[in-house]
Design a protein around this ligand. Structure first.
Ligand code: UD1
Ligand code: M6R
Length: 680
């Protein structure tokens, strides 16, 4: 759970100040991937000296540390230079300077590495390398990679077989188990950089004034011989072409490598996504992609894609936090999820990503939904609509328990994996498990090019735009809509369901306006946060039917950003235990909409108030029930039952946001949590 970033300029003169700023800004864009410490490395007096800076805390702290170094000549210019940086979320060893990246091979910084992912065999590697005299400085898995690079480099050189930087990195990667996106820098290969990926995302941005002749890179297929450390590498190039076709004149060019497009977009829109087992070599302005091993199924062409995101999309705008910005983006993000997919005149839905598999999905035996956290709640929220519209057997499985339970999955199952980031390890493992068993795997992801998006057989991008705040808000509403659209499309062959489908599509049409009306309740909600929940240490959210999911998701938001214990309870369960918690001191939120569960929730309301409870009621604007005359209410527009959860979650998102800021917490970076959970 880390962010890696690198910047390479070739024949483009840049001063050190520019290079450092690029690295630091790049890191700050990736901070949502981890932010407990940060580090970077740049060239020193010359390219035989590498300077490393590391700092615990956020990127700003690293910037301050660098600014304090008065010996650093910021005006020194470089015609060609490679620098790399890392923002960390601890997995091996506590957040500390010595555990921060870049990690080095030795005290003279011969090889430096930044890494995102986990090397599972690092203990074995470390033990071997210690035997060879290497002294480890950190508790990380990554350090073994840097030291292994030096070990292989030295031993090959000694054997009279000096390796190219690419061949060296390939030899290193072949010894690694686990997941990684790695970038290497070395004094032995000045101004060169090698990056490799397996299981963790990595992309390369290209910036040049010269028009590119081709918009793809042919991969150099490489056959490696025996892969034992120290053995001679045997490789063969099949084909290779750089961007400028046959033009061999060196061109001024800059490359930006990052875990995520949000760090690249301000430099260039031209990017190339690395595939698993790709090794990218950048040297003298050229980019070559090699394969770690022969793989007949892997295309030998990597397309240079044009990013469609705008920088403004990833900035905070006028909001104090990304979470606030993202909550307020929802009137627009829900439209983006439906854009080009829903015909409101014909009441039809067309999801391009599912078209080819619709028949197979309809023929399947059951649908299994799997996800974690908020993404899981979007599945809970849409489960009954799915069952109602498709008449199929539906099962919901938390990805984090999927493998524990070794659930039977068959070829005629359809498994839907929902993930904002598309990189959640638990969900990826569940996906792998289902794929191995022959099930049709469908992704619902927000991140184009993410691992889940690419590993699933087909799917739907929710198109909510980048979500930076760790607390997921706009992704939830967009996932909810995307899943609803899938159910609508799957049922469009059923005449019986026409009226219901029409009712829901009409509800989708007015969704954006209804979200705006719910957002307009912000002042009321802020008041409730400051006046009624000021000293709350625990909170209960009650709802029924579709609103059970709203309560689960509302409670997760409150736990996550306010550090208050909160529990979402399906109101029918109250009498089976939780009622014992109710008295006049327990803060309660009750979700009560005018749907078929209204009288059941009324019962819950009575059970709670009879025990001294004083719930805050989220109800519809047109609800004039005398029951809650003396209660605080948050009134939201009424919509079709299956979509009401999208409106109801808005006040709970706002409540958690205002509670968090009232306590002085930064809701964008809750303690102990990171945006992308890439460990199982
Ligand atoms: C696609 C384009 C969109 C364009 C539209 C025009 C992309 C990413 N999307 O959108 O820019 O405006 O056509 O018709 O280029 N997929 C998965 N797993 C997932 C998510 C998606 O396999 O988790 C696959 C889909 O099956 C599909 C592709 O990725 O093959 C793109 O999916 P999506 O963006 O949802 O498709 P469209 O809405 O058709
Ligand atoms: O990226 P994903 O949707 O797969 O992430 C799953 C959960 O980790 C995520 O939804 C988490 O629960 C959110 N931080 C909650 O706000």
């Amino acid at each position: 759970m880390c962010g890696i970033f690198a910047y390479i300029n070739f024949l483009v003169e840049r001063d050190r100040k520019y290079i450092l700023n690029n690295l630091l800004v790049g890191l700050s864009r990736l901070e949502y991937r981890g932010y407990d410490s940060a580090g970077l490395c740049i060239d020193g007096k010359n390219d035989q000296e590498i300077l490393i800076y590391k700092q615990v805390g956020k990127v700003l702290a690293l910037r301050q540390k660098i600014e304090e170094d008065k010996d650093l000549d910021l005006n020194k210019t470089f015609l060609s230079h490679s620098g790399m940086a890392h923002t960390r979320w601890a997995t091996h060893g506590v957040p500390s300077e010595r555990n921060s990246h870049p990690h080095r091979s030795d005290p003279s910084n011969e090889f430096l590495v930044v890494h995102n992912g986990i090397i599972t065999n690092y203990k074995e590697l470390r033990a071997i390398l210690e035997k060879y005299g290497f002294v480890f400085e950190s508790d990380t898995d990554t350090e073994a990679v840097a030291k292994l690079a030096k070990y292989i480099y030295d031993s090959q050189k000694k054997a009279g077989n000096p390796l190219s930087f690419t061949a060296l990195v390939k030899a290193v990667c072949k010894e690694l188990d686990g997941a990684f996106a790695l970038i290497f820098k070395s004094v032995h290969y000045p101004d060169e950089m090698v990056a490799a990926r397996r299981g963790s995302p990595l992309l390369i941005g290209v910036r040049t004034d010269k028009k590119m002749k081709v918009d793809f890179v042919d991969v150099e297929e490489v056959v490696l011989g025996e892969d034992q450390v120290g053995n001679q590498q045997n490789y063969r190039r099949v084909q290779s072409r750089s961007f400028f076709g046959e033009d061999t004149t060196p061109q001024p060019i800059e490359y930006i490598l990052a875990s995520d497009a949000s760090a690249i977009i301000e430099h260039t829109k031209k990017v190339l996504y690395l595939e698993d087992d790709d090794v990218a070599h950048i040297s003298a302005g050229d980019l070559h992609i090699h394969r770690l091993r022969r793989d007949d199924n892997m295309s030998s062409i990597r397309t240079i894609q044009t990013l469609v995101q705008e920088l403004a999309q990833i900035q905070k705008g006028n909001y104090a936090h990304f979470m606030a910005k993202e909550i307020h983006e929802q009137p627009e993000s829900v439209i983006n999820t439906m854009r080009g997919r829903v015909d409101f005149n014909k009441f039809s839905v067309n999801l391009g990503g599912l078209r080819s598999q619709l028949t197979n999905i309809r023929r399947s035996r059951r649908i299994i939904f799997s996800a974690c956290g908020t993404s899981f709640h979007s599945c809970v929220a849409t489960k009954s609509l799915f069952a109602e519209l498709t008449d199929m057997a539906i099962s919901l499985e938390l990805s984090s328990t999927f493998l524990d339970e070794r659930l039977p999955v068959y070829r005629d199952d359809v498994c839907i994996f929902v993930s904002q980031s598309g990189e959640t390890k638990d969900t990826l493992l569940a996906l792998q498990y289902c794929k191995e068993r022959g099930a049709l795997c469908v992704g619902v992801t927000n991140t184009v090019g993410s691992t889940i998006s690419r590993e699933t057989h087909c799917g739907v991008h929710i198109n909510a735009g980048p979500e930076i705040s760790v607390a997921s808000t706009k992704a939830y509403t967009s996932q909810y809509i995307a899943l609803t659209l899938i159910a609508l499309q799957l049922s469009d062959d059923s005449h019986q369901k026409t009226a219901r489908r029409k009712e829901i599509i009409e509800g989708l049409y007015s969704l954006s306006n209804n979200i705006k009306k719910a957002l307009a309740q912000e002042e009321t909600i802020k008041k409730i946060a400051t006046q009624q929940f000021k000293s709350a240490t625990s909170l209960i959210l009650l709802g029924r039917g579709y609103q059970g999911a709203t309560c689960l998701e509302g409670a997760l938001k409150i736990k996550e950003v306010c550090y208050i214990h909160a529990e979402g309870i399906f109101a029918g369960e109250l009498k089976h235990g939780p009622l014992a918690l109710i008295d006049n001191t327990m803060p309660i939120i009750l979700v009560m909409n005018k749907d078929r569960h209204y009288s059941d929730v009324e019962n819950a309301f009575k059970q709670v108030t009879a025990r001294g409870g004083n719930p805050i009621v989220i109800c519809n604007e047109d609800d004039d029930s005398s029951l809650f005359h003396n209660m605080s209410t948050i009134r939201v527009p009424r919509t079709v039952d299956a979509l009401q959860g999208i409106i109801n979650i808005i006040p709970l998102q706002l409540l958690s946001y205002h509670l968090a800021t009232q306590y002085g917490y930064n809701p964008d970076s809750p303690r102990n949590l990171a945006k992308s959970v890439t460990t199982a």
